[in-house]
Design a protein around this ligand. Structure first.
Ligand SMILES: Cc1ncc(COP(=O)(O)O)c(C=O)c1O
Length: 396
């Protein structure tokens, strides 16, 4: 490996949400933070080099992207997902949560029903509820250790509630599924049949484990891409969340103009200079780095899997097919969620994401972020083992 993902870099004092906000979140100071979805790795050096040029120049006036930006974004998806986009389809936003909320406002009215599949990334719920739309849930089914879609329920809920929008998460946070072409096609056909527009959040598209392939929803057939708000970003892939740049593809002209009109109503007019440059550079020069990172993350996933199987079989890892977020099933411990969180924080010294954040279906689960140097995970797993086996006595 030419990149050193083993290096532990002190992130404290960098205004990091993960490392500098223990007090604000009312967490003990010395717990290991493995919750929020960013990585403890430096981004590819090419990105830092490009950003340094801006710093040296020292003028931070208005900027805008040019064709080379669009080309870099389009080439990424062409090379990695065999999907051919057009430059005019790209609408830039400062983030995916922002884009989802914008799409909900642009394409539905107050009271309209919006479908999601819980347990799912919590801002899906807030994008619906904070905009006074009606939340409709098609709960994922946890069957034989893996998550499946209940398609009958999916269609029936659409009919019963006259659903207008469906927010798809692929790869799915937190359960780690990479939906197959068959599953995506079935959902897409049902949505077309009932006039439901799809907002596809594919922010984790670049993270699939060996044996799994991310299929871009837009690539399946033209009718799907015409019924779609496709949300992509380099932020998870290259650890750029703080730079706030994302690319929303909207091939359908009418949907695109509605989305853009909503952006204008919010007064948003373009990416910040650093985010724009980082995105372009990442897509132009980041492929090798990502390739090695994925090997490292696969090692991290396998480490946790083996450790739990051998030493803590009562905690089950739901095998992720994609994302660097791992969904752990603690239900066999027989603890209430509040007790589980208390044990993790105060006995194991671990700050994970409680499953309930993703909906009631997440009860008894916790999400752990494995995008960190291996030695941090090793420490985390040993602390967990000691806590579960002794119910306490860890010196924090
Ligand atoms: C599925 C999903 N969508 C969106 C986001 C956040 O995107 P942004 O920071 O661009 O709003 C995350 C972050 O964890 C995520 O997991």
């Amino acid at each position: 490996m030419s990149y050193n993902f083993d290096e532990v870099i002190d992130r404290s004092g960098s205004y990091s949400v993960k490392y500098d906000f223990f007090q604000e979140f009312k967490k003990p100071e010395k717990v290991l933070p493995l919750w929020v979805a960013d990585m403890d790795f430096q981004s590819p050096t090419e990105i830092t080099r490009e950003l340094s040029k801006v710093l040296e120049h020292g003028i931070y006036g208005y900027s805008n992207s040019k064709e080379d930006y669009d080309q870099a974004v389009i080439s990424w998806f062409q090379t990695h997902f065999q999907w051919e986009a057009q430059p005019e389809w790209i609408v830039k936003t400062p983030g995916i949560v922002f884009a989802i909320s914008t799409a909900v406002r642009a394409l539905s009215r107050e009271g309209d029903a919006v479908l999601i599949q819980r347990p799912v990334y919590a801002p899906f719920t807030s994008a619906v509820q904070l905009n006074n739309r009606t939340l409709v849930n098609n709960p994922l089914q946890y069957i034989d250790g893996s998550y499946q879609i209940d398609f009958e329920d999916f269609e029936q809920k659409i009919i019963d509630h006259k659903v207008k929008l469906f927010i798809l998460c692929n790869p799915h946070n937190p359960v780690g599924r990479v939906w197959t072409r068959q599953e995506l096609t079935r959902m897409g056909e049902i949505c077309l049949k009932h006039g439901v527009i799809i907002i596809a959040d594919e922010i984790h598209a670049d993270f699939t484990y060996p044996g799994y392939e991310h299929i871009m929803f837009a690539s399946i057939k033209p009718e799907f891409s015409q019924n779609l708000i496709l949300c992509t970003a380099p932020s998870k892939t290259f650890n750029l969340a703080g730079l706030q740049a994302s690319n929303i593809f909207i091939p359908n002209k009418e949907l695109r103009s509605k989305f853009k009109a909503e952006l204008s109503r919010q007064g948003y007019h373009g990416l910040n200079t650093m985010g724009m440059l980082a995105c372009k550079t990442a897509y132009e020069h980041g492929a090798e780095w990502l390739k090695e990172l994925k090997v490292y993350l696969t090692g991290n996933r396998d480490y946790i899997k083996d450790f739990l199987a051998e030493r803590l079989p009562e905690i089950h890892m739901v095998e992720p097919q994609g994302t660097y977020l791992v969904w752990l099933d603690f239900r066999a411990l027989g603890l209430k969620d509040s007790e589980l969180e208390d044990m993790l924080l105060h006995k194991a010294g671990l700050w994970l994401e409680p499953g309930l954040k993703y909906g009631p279906e997440g009860a008894g689960f916790q999400r752990i972020n494995i995008a960190c140097p291996r030695q941090i995970l090793v420490k985390a797993m040993h602390q967990l083992e000691q806590a579960v086996k002794t119910y306490g006595k860890i010196e924090l």
